[in-house]
Design a binder for this molecule. Structure first.
Ligand code: ZN
Length: 679
């Protein structure tokens, strides 16, 4: 499953803005040029923002590792057209026509209609088809059919008149329809079911199949389109070599075979072998075997997702959309996590918890961040920020799952906001400077401490039930707040410098505290409608933590509330005391969890985490209004370019950034357009 798409938490991260922009380390090719800050935002149109991401520390990989990454991204991109055709049966024809017009039109490009045409094409590229990637609604062009027909004629482009009409009429208006009254299957434009098939027929078809092992059922329907054959009977058109999408799948296989030759270890190579076999046969038992092998291949520095994976695009939740994500271990973050995990007992022993609530033996929780090197199909341009796979419940129960957070994608989102918001809400120049220098590092460390020791810390008293039982609906916000507090307590502590996690623990801690308070008391409110209460557990916990320390520190003026020219600021005057307050609140929150004290937990959250100061909220919304940007983001992929010697042997692989979104889209269509227009 996708952990979260960015449409959902967009506002949250852009406000935890960390503005440090490291130079793009590209190796030789940039040695003699002036290093400029990396441009995260490529362009904006309609409701879309197209970003770029970096592949940090690329040159730390060995040539063999780079080759593996390259082959896997080639494999991923090779299946791109599958996603287009899955999304809608006419998408490939439409894309071809739009691109031909775009590249050949010689007429007036100054007029508004042409601009609208360009925006429409970019929206279609972004969505891998003519339906919006998020709302599922058909995208409405801002030009009319007459104009479009002129473009077709002047560029000698052909597109069947019924398909031209679809761009402008109400037909096939929703990609995935979940309103049963309109017919789940017949009301959806997704190309997973043939004409005239109803949801009932599909259910009956699959109900007749008896699993070989009912405890371990195959993912029936995952890799096929269901159609009616000539005699009116239902049958699956399987997506495999020699089957539907075979032409693209053969290219995927070609690159996976190459990847297999440079696999990092036996297990990884064996898993790739099974994936190839699955693409060749379409056999669902092989798919399960592959997933288990993939789960067990954990040793390497490179990992990937490739296949028909997520089923969100099927109104019946069975058929998988083609996707690919290629991942490199985040060495920097992994090293941090490892160091912190190694010291988990020290953190526990030195925490401000009541000794009886401390764990005698604490084990750090492993949490994995990876660096994305390339995405394709369902994951591109719009991407998840984390993935937890495989999806089959029985495999998860018997063999576990791999859960990763896509580190450089998150970083790109964070940086895309720029520093203007920070300047608007930060109290003074020192706060801005600290954030710019230490903010990103502080965020990463906070995440690591929160995940690795925060959630692992503390123990529940004997005889007390689980937090779900005792703290009920307050359990999750209390748990998130508790983990945040563990992180906050140790962010302002010389231990993190001793461990080599920062070169200046005081400044890292100050930046972390400034950022947390600024967000918890003010900036996160931009995500809330005027008049609303805070409902989401993380938002709640950031507010109850911040508001509690603000109130308890009032008598010593630990955090002062300042109004300047009608604008509110929170300024931390005493970081030592704030550190102590975080410690006290951590102790109390752990007590609530350990004792299952529902009343105290409820009071803490209700009194500090739910209600919003309406006046301040309005002010924050007003101040934020000037930063409005497109609600959806996605990415241009870096382009990996192999450097060959005279014999055609790869001697290095360079990371380059395409000039524009259009350039990448046209490049993909030209070089990875492996499918016929009708499949
Ligand atoms: Zn958490």
């Amino acid at each position: 499953m996708k952990l979260q798409t960015f449409a959902g938490i967009f506002a949250a991260v852009t406000l935890l803005v960390s503005c440090k922009k490291e130079e793009d380390k590209k190796g030789d090719e940039t040695k003699n040029t002036v290093e400029t800050p990396f441009e995260y935002v490529a362009e904006q149109f309609a409701d879309i923002k197209v970003l770029r991401y970096r592949i940090p520390n690329w040159d730390n990989l060995t040539l063999k590792e780079k080759e593996l990454v390259y082959y896997l991204t080639q494999a991923g991109t090779a299946g791109r057209d599958i996603m287009w055709d899955q999304n809608y049966k006419h998408n490939l024809k439409i894309r071809q026509a739009l691109e031909q017009i775009y590249q050949n039109y010689k007429g007036d490009k100054q007029r508004k209609d042409w601009e609208s045409f360009e925006i429409y094409l970019k929206r279609v590229w972004f969505a891998n088809g003519i339906h919006h990637h998020y709302s599922m609604e058909k995208i409405k062009p801002d030009f009319n059919q007459v104009y479009f027909e002129t473009l077709l004629k002047e560029t000698k482009t052909t597109l069947a008149s019924e398909i031209v009409a679809v761009l402008f009429n109400e037909k096939d208006s929703k990609k995935v329809n979940l309103d049963e009254s309109k017919g789940l299957v017949s009301g959806s434009a997704i190309n997973f079911y043939g004409e005239g098939i109803t949801a009932k027929e599909v259910e009956d078809f699959y109900n007749k199949i008896k699993p070989v092992d009912p405890q371990r059922p195959y993912s029936y329907g995952l890799n096929s389109k269901l159609v009616k054959n000539a005699s009116g009977k239902l049958e699956e058109k399987v997506w495999k070599s020699g089957g539907m999408y075979g032409a693209a799948i053969d290219k995927v296989i070609y690159w996976l075979e190459k990847a297999k030759t440079v696999a990092e270890n036996q297990k990884q190579g064996d898993a790739l072998g099974l994936l190839i076999q699955y693409y060749k046969t379409g056999d669902l038992k092989t798919w399960d075997d592959y997933n288990i092998a993939w789960l067990q291949a954990t040793e390497g520095n490179i990992d990937y997702i490739n296949g028909f994976v997520e089923v969100y695009n099927d109104p019946l939740g069975a058929r998988g959309s083609y996707e690919s994500v290629v991942q490199i271990k985040d060495f920097d973050m992994s090293a941090k996590m490892e160091k912190i995990g190694h010291e988990a007992q020290w953190f526990e022993d030195n925490s401000p918890l009541d000794p009886k609530h401390k764990k005698k033996k604490v084990v750090g929780i492993s949490y994995k961040t990876v660096i994305v090197a390339g995405e394709g199909g369902d994951s591109s341009p719009s991407t998840p920020i984390g993935v937890n796979l495989p999806n089959a419940d029985w495999i998860r129960a018997e063999h576990g799952s791999k859960s990763v957070s896509l580190g450089n994608i998150v970083e790109a989102y964070n940086n895309a906001g720029g520093s203007d918001r920070l300047k608007e809400f930060a109290h003074d120049a020192e706060e801005i400077a600290l954030e710019e220098k230490y903010g990103e590092e502080a965020d990463k460390l906070h995440t690591a401490l929160h995940e690795v020791v925060g959630h692992a810390s503390g123990q529940i008293n004997p005889g007390v039930g689980t937090p779900k039982e005792t703290l009920k609906s307050y359990a999750s916000t209390l748990e998130e707040g508790r983990a945040d507090l563990v992180g906050l307590y140790y962010l302002y502590n010389s231990k993190i410098q001793e461990l080599g996690l920062t070169d200046n623990w005081k400044k890292t801690g100050m930046a972390a505290y400034d950022g947390y308070i600024r967000n918890g008391l003010m900036t996160q409110l931009v995500r809330l409608e005027p008049g609303a209460d805070i409902e989401e557990s993380h938002m709640r916990n950031r507010q109850w933590v911040s508001a509690w320390v603000f109130e308890k520190g009032k008598k010593d003026n630990v955090i002062e509330k300042i109004t300047r020219e009608g604008k509110t600021y929170f300024n931390i005057t005493n970081y030592e005391k704030l550190h102590d307050l975080f410690g006290q609140l951590l102790k109390e929150t752990q007590r609530i969890k350990s004792e299952g004290d529902y009343k105290a937990g409820k009071a803490l959250v209700d009194n500090y985490g739910v209600k919003v100061d309406q006046k301040l909220h309005k002010e924050v919304l007003d101040r934020n209004a000037k930063f409005k940007s497109a609600p959806y983001s996605g990415f241009i992929n870096p382009l990996l370019v192999p450097k060959m010697d005279d014999e055609g042997k790869i001697i290095d692989i360079l990371v380059t950034q395409p000039k524009s979104f259009a350039e990448q889209m046209l490049f993909y269509s030209k070089n990875f357009g492996f499918l016929p227009l009708v499949n």
